[in-house]
Design a protein around this ligand. Structure first.
Ligand code: UDX
Length: 439
């Protein structure tokens, strides 16, 4: 089957590559000529483990190509995937400029009846609107299928072949059957729904997962005062199959390109229909507070942060990605700088992205030893393996004051105590001073 995928961002690239891997002939389109030139050489514009090998393999097999020429590609195919970005506007609503521009291009380029498959996350009702929008500009028959994406960054190549379900939403039975056939090679359960249901499944799934995270973070905050270890609490709750153990890891909140944007967008969708979705507002508010939790604890220890050297261990919004969008690290750094601290960061792949935001206001360390050197405190922000595997002697030998605030619960409290490190981790009590620290 000849398939065109428009947009080689995160979702579009992984989708296009995966469709080629299951045997389809796929042409991925992007307006960015540099990106396309790199992709033709199997160089990925995003850091995603395993993606380049798959690109190379499928280019060699003659099933995958990249181009800037939307018109030529679309003329050759009756199935066009739309995977362009839907950034969020100031008020939390989705900016549809890119998707409308791409839809207009499709309308002007098709030469046969066409199925447009929308991968982009769009507010409920948008796909129906897009169908009219394209149909009004072409004599050919347009069908729209909503096919929301559930990939996690960093493990997207795994997820795309091992998802729990593929959701296909449409009012058009023939289009649904065709998409079902296209997706059969993934051997993942296919769930067919109405158009609006598919759109809502995406928002509701992400909002629910974000709710789980904010919920467990609130419980962690209560444990710190009331007693109880959040790791045990999460494990015990997760054993209830009605709750499940996933997304119950307490820490410094969720970030990334989806949860923050989608929770705000869902809140906006609710407001638009006159519904006050207080629950999601609380989830969003709790996450904002949680992202600054380590700085709050740091301030109880050092009453004045002026001139204090603070090391950030990790800046990516989660491990195995260079993505810093909506990461807790950014608000942490902002607040530390505002308080007059000196900030040094280490991240295996995301440092350059953070440097681009803060420039010379922060120091980028190439190694863990360097970031810890003469630091007054280290904040664990991202649970990279390199960070989980730090030898505890590194903290005591490199830091001016071995104070570790663990936002991802990666170290063991009793081992930290034995090593003479003052230690705090979210949801396991207050900062324990294990060595005199001079303020
Ligand atoms: C998420 C969804 O999982 C995916 O289905 C959707 O398509 C896009 O959004 P992603 O943003 O890649 O994927 O990351 P994910 O692994 O879900 O983590 C999101 C954030 O939540 C990260 O900042 C992570 O650190 C945080 N998180 C996750 C927790 O704090 N606790 C948890 O238990 C799980």
């Amino acid at each position: 089957m000849n398939i065109v995928v428009i947009g080689t961002g995160y979702v579009g690239l992984v989708t296009g590559v995966a469709l080629s891997e299951i045997g389809h002939d796929v042409c991925c389109i992007d307006i960015d000529a540099d990106k396309v030139a790199k992709l033709k050489k199997a160089i990925s514009p995003i850091y995603e483990p395993g993606i380049e090998a798959l690109i190379e393999k499928n280019i060699e097999a003659g099933r995958l190509s990249f181009s800037t020429d939307l018109k030529a590609a679309v003329a050759d195919s009756s199935v066009v995937y739309l995977a362009v970005g839907t950034p969020q506007k100031q008020d939390g609503s989705a900016n549809l400029d890119y998707i409308e521009a791409a839809a207009a291009n499709i309308a002007q380029s098709i030469v046969q009846d066409t199925i447009v498959v929308v991968k982009s996350t769009v507010p409920v009702g948008t796909n129906r609107y897009l169908k009219e929008f394209i149909q009004n500009q072409t004599p050919y028959r347009i069908s729209i299928v909503s096919n929301p994406e559930f990939l996690r960054e960093g493990v997207a190549v795994h997820d795309v072949f091992h998802g729990d379900r593929i959701v296909l939403g449409a009012d058009d039975t023939a289009a649904l059957e065709k998409l079902e056939m296209i997706n059969q090679g993934f051997q993942i359960p296919i769930f067919k729904t109405a158009l609006e249901s598919a759109e809502m499944i995406k928002y509701a799934s992400n909002a629910f997962l974000a709710t789980k995270i904010s919920f467990i973070n609130e419980i962690a905050n209560i444990c710190e005062k009331a007693g109880g270890d959040i790791r045990e609490v999460s494990a015990g709750m997760g054993m209830d199959s009605r709750i499940g153990s996933a997304f119950l890891q307490a820490g410094i909140g969720y970030g990334g390109s989806c949860f923050p944007k989608d929770t705000l967008a869902l809140n906006h969708i609710a407001k638009n229909v006159g519904y006050d979705f207080g629950l999601i507002q609380s989830v969003i508010d709790a996450n904002k507070v949680q992202q600054l939790k380590l700085v709050k604890v740091l301030k109880t220890h050092y009453s004045n942060l002026v001139g204090k050297q603070i090391a950030l261990l990790g800046v990516a919004f989660k491990p195995e990605t260079d993505d810093i969008r909506e990461a807790a690290s950014e608000v942490i750094i902002e607040e530390l700088l505002r308080c007059g601290a000196k900030v040094s960061i280490f991240d295996p792949v995301a440092s350059a992205n953070m440097k681009a935001v803060f420039g010379n206001a922060i120091h980028v360390a190439d190694t863990i030893s360097e970031v810890l050197y003469q630091a007054d405190a280290a904040l664990v922000v991202t649970e990279w393996n390199e960070i989980k595997n730090i030898q505890l002697a590194e903290f005591t030998s490199q830091m001016s004051h071995p104070v570790v605030l663990d936002g991802r619960l990666v170290f063991d409290k009793s081992e930290m105590k034995q090593a003479g490190i003052s230690y705090y981790s979210v949801g396991t009590g207050e900062l324990e001073i294990n060595e005199p620290v001079y303020i």
